[in-house]
Design a protein around this ligand. Structure first.
Ligand code: ZN
Length: 505
């Protein structure tokens, strides 16, 4: 009877209804439960979630494991079900309308989920992990101080969100994902993830609750607006698609981590380099460079140094003095006269605003301020003064962002008008377009681009109104081994650039 691989399969093989005595069903279920928690048929004491709940469908918060008792009953009602089956049957309509669904189903059981992590997340969401507060509630005499910071009271919310240590980990992860925000508290973070998951109008909560939730959303909490992104990164999503770093020739990058914080990098580039000329035709000379780099990454301090064989030296420092204040320094030194430059930035990150003060060589001073005015809209401005060239300017910027799109606009007294729009078609695909106009030089350009993030590769590219087409492909060949293909064709200048490279590490 069990030869089909499992109890459910046995029933499926023998589609003819089979009824088992209640006692037998109960015994089989006990064995299944023991196997689920312990991996063998030993006693399953300390099971953290009831078997009934595990057997409820994923949409209702369970694991959707076939429960035998129901299967047994199902065989009885099989005939009745056949009569009632079908999308339009009253039975189906009733189930859809009245059986409560959990909104976080997709958060745990998305396609490509890793079962082990999903199970842990599932238990965390249900708050059934054996955290110290729960063990204490069960009557165990345990020290309830958090195992990570040895300070807070260890609850699920503390362990995964509030703990100082976890906050540091989240900060690094969010930084790597280029998400400029703080980890919220547990409930806030789950709510935020759910808001990103549920497309408007397709909520899984019953209609009554949905309209209530919507009304709560409409009430904007102006005291708790999100922090905007840095002023200099206003267009970052558009730049991803529209300005990939194309190159010509051959490139090989090798990075070796010496320990968790310190790494060395070696880069070799070979290929033609454009040299500036008066004529319309581009003149290229073959060049080859070797670049040596050293990097130090710490959650609060980042040091990057580069030395090139042509004598250029680059250095960058980013140091988080406090949670709010960051100092950045950037220097480039060359052999050529007047081409070296250095710059200091002081960034202050407030609750719902960011400000920056800049100073560089050649008496360059700049300041910018960017403020969230609604949960989606941020507005700001900048001023700069270049003492050496006796030039000054002022600019304004706006950025509107939702889960599906980002629109930005910038104007500056230098005559520049820039607009950009990015549509996030799905988690993996985004489309971008931008428009640039210079009032002084009457230059106009527009471009459209795309960004596909697939499992093994990322493809970006654009076409612009000057007849220039670019494509940039990064393909993951293996862990830590990437292949890069870069192509740029400029129809107007009758110029083309092809490059390929490898990055290791
Ligand atoms: Zn802690």
């Amino acid at each position: 009877m069990m030869r089909g691989g499992g109890a459910g399969a046995a029933f499926r093989v023998h589609s003819r209804p089979v009824f088992l005595p209640k006692g037998v069903v109960k015994r089989i279920e006990q064995l299944c439960m023991k196997f689920f928690w312990k991996g063998n048929d030993e006693n399953a004491r300390g099971a953290r979630v009831s078997w009934d709940f595990i057997c409820s469908p994923k949409s209702e918060g369970g694991l959707g494991v076939r429960d035998l008792q129901s299967w047994n009953k199902a065989c009885l009602v099989q005939l009745a079900m056949r009569l009632l089956n079908g999308e339009s049957s009253m039975w189906v309509v009733w189930v859809r309308a009245y059986v409560p669904k959990v909104p976080w189903q997709k958060l745990v059981w998305f396609s490509l989920h890793i079962p082990k992590y999903s199970i842990i997340l599932w238990m965390t969401i249900l708050n059934h992990l054996p955290t110290l507060d729960r063990l204490r509630n069960m009557g165990l005499n345990v020290d309830t101080r958090c195992i990570l910071c040895a300070d807070g009271y260890e609850t699920r919310n503390h362990l995964f969100a509030e703990c100082a240590y976890s906050q540091q980990v989240w900060k690094s992860i969010l930084n790597i994902c280029v998400m400029n925000r703080r980890m919220l508290d547990w409930d806030g973070e789950v709510k935020k993830k759910l808001a990103g998951l549920v497309p408007p109008g397709a909520t899984t909560v019953p209609a009554g609750d949905a309209s209530k939730a919507k009304k709560a959303d409409e009430k904007v909490d102006y005291m708790n607006l999100p922090c905007p992104i840095p002023y200099e990164e206003i267009q970052r999503e558009a730049l991803m698609s529209l300005k990939p770093e194309t190159f010509e020739g051959l490139r090989f990058d090798f990075t070796k981590g010496l320990n968790q914080k310190f790494s060395l990098s070696h880069s070799v580039t070979m290929g033609p380099t454009e040299i500036p000329s008066q004529s319309a035709e581009t003149i290229k000379v073959p060049t080859a460079h070797y670049e040596f780099g050293a990097n130090f990454f710490d959650p609060n301090l980042m040091l990057i140094g580069r030395v090139l064989t042509d004598g250029r030296v680059n250095a960058r420092v980013k140091w988080d003095l406090t949670d709010n204040l960051t100092v950045k320094a950037n220097a480039q030194l060359t052999n050529e006269p007047h081409m070296s430059h250095g710059m200091f930035n002081f960034d202050y990150k407030g609750k719902d605003f960011r400000s920056q003060f800049q100073m560089g060589n050649g008496a360059l001073f700049g300041a910018s301020y960017f403020q969230s005015v609604t949960p989606h809209l941020s507005l700001g401005g900048e001023v700069f003064w270049a003492g050496q060239h006796r030039k000054s300017g002022i600019g304004y910027a706006a950025r509107y962002e939702t889960d599906k799109m980002v629109a930005t606009g910038q104007v500056a007294s230098t005559g520049m008008v820039a607009l950009s729009y990015v549509q996030k078609v799905s988690e993996k695909v985004s489309l971008a377009s931008d428009f640039m106009y210079n009032y002084m030089s009457r230059d106009v350009s527009a471009s459209v681009g795309y960004d596909y993030i697939l499992r093994q590769c990322r493809l970006r590219g654009k076409i612009d109104s000057n007849g220039c087409t670019t494509a940039f492909l990064e393909e993951r060949l293996n862990m830590g081994l990437n292949f890069i293909l870069s192509a740029e064709v400029d129809h107007c200048k009758k110029d083309h650039k092809f490059g390929f490279g490898l990055t290791v590490g």
